[in-house]
Design a protein. Structure first.
Lengths: 239, 239
């Protein structure tokens, strides 16, 4: 079974939702037969690459919240994160464009290190003091921590076209699947879970999707063993 | 959409079937949205690692064919390969255990180089003079040609446990899906195509599986945008 998770590094509910999903997955009896793939979604794709600002300033400016409202929202998200055992800095976190991180995550996927990198990016963005925005060497360090090669990561970051199409393709697919926000979980392209739902909802979704996997229907011309090799040798075509 | 292909490097119909499938895939309008994954299947898992013999000797000994019958079968397979534009040595090819190649293919999958490696292994086994059996440095060279690191490939080959569980898991899944021989193609875990069917059959299967992708069903607790971040900000939980 395959679970695809659309998310953004700048999305607190994605950080929390990933932990809730993983709690359900860890306890799922068929855990070893579940493959997890991370897909790209940008919350703020229109923001210029160098335009970094504190989260609180962004919230008050973009959404017209008062500073007290914005701070209360951060405290609230921090409490939700803490309930999942996650560290969360409720003050002085930055907000910015995440396109380069998504490009790097696609490179990491190719190298089998996507889960490690997304974990490192979340922790860095939500729990650590040094910003992940506007600092490419910071991203290179996180890539290395995730098991990637520093020079290769640097090359990806230096070339804005690298993996850009993969990010855009993920975003198009999210729209096609009806995702307006993240995190958005898709199980075998059949069931969707929107938002950082409780672990029990993920358990239910995993169980339901697992139980309803359809029997395979064969499409073929002629007999099933026409041009096949098996333990008893290879079929030889009639001339 | 995802296509999984169970196959063995020692399987001539897999070599031919891959080319027929790719002909259909290249012409498929949604080609860029199809992901191909190669899965392991051993035709001769009981054969000892060092037990290498000419294909003709294997065919006459294992299946009781006459040498003329065995040679005619090879000529026939060679003609089928040629019809797909593939080189095929009908004489003096070797047969042996492919477990290490499958382990290496799982390593290549992690590195995003699986398709390159399986192509290199097929060409080497069916079209080139130097054997791929009983010669680890030959496999390392093919891994390097596929874009993998030589030392990393050598380390995988040197450790018989590396990726062994992945190979066994693929083989268990093949049995669960009802595959008794290879190549065996599975589209979105819904449709199966057994054998090196004509390209038109793959076109039909791709078209059918694409058209029948089910609409996503949402599983959730509470409202859909409960704990989600979108372009308009993050939902804040009620306390």
């Amino acid at each position: 079974m395959r679970v695809e998770i659309w998310s953004d590094i700048a999305c607190p509910w994605c950080y929390v939702g990933k932990a809730r999903f993983e709690k359900a997955l860890d306890a799922f009896p068929h855990r070893d037969e579940v493959e997890v793939v991370h897909r790209s979604f940008e919350l703020d794709p229109g923001r210029a690459k160098g335009d970094v600002q504190p989260v609180l300033a962004m919230l008050t400016k973009k959404y017209g919240m008062s500073e007290a409202q914005a701070q209360a929202g951060e405290e609230n998200l921090g409490a939700q994160a803490a309930a999942e055992g996650l560290a969360y800095r409720t003050r002085d976190r930055d907000h910015g464009n995440t396109f380069d991180m998504h490009r790097l995550l696609h490179f990491a996927k190719e190298q089998g290190r996507q889960d490690e990198l997304i974990g490192a990016l979340y922790r860095a963005n939500f729990a650590e003091e040094r910003t992940v925005f506007g600092d490419e060497e910071r991203l290179v360090e996180l890539a290395v921590a995730a098991g990637l090669d520093a020079d290769a990561a640097r090359a990806v970051l230096a070339d804005p076209r690298a993996y850009a199409d993969d990010v855009r393709a993920d975003e198009r697919e999210a729209a096609e699947l009806g995702a307006n926000g993240v995190p958005f979980f898709v199980l075998d392209r059949k069931y969707g879970v929107s938002g950082a739902q409780p672990a029990e909802v993920f358990t239910q979704a995993l169980t339901q999707a697992w139980g309803e996997r359809p029997p395979l229907r064969l499409i073929q011309q002629g007999s099933a063993d026409a041009e096949v090799c098996g333990p008893d040798g290879c079929a030889v075509p009639q001339q």
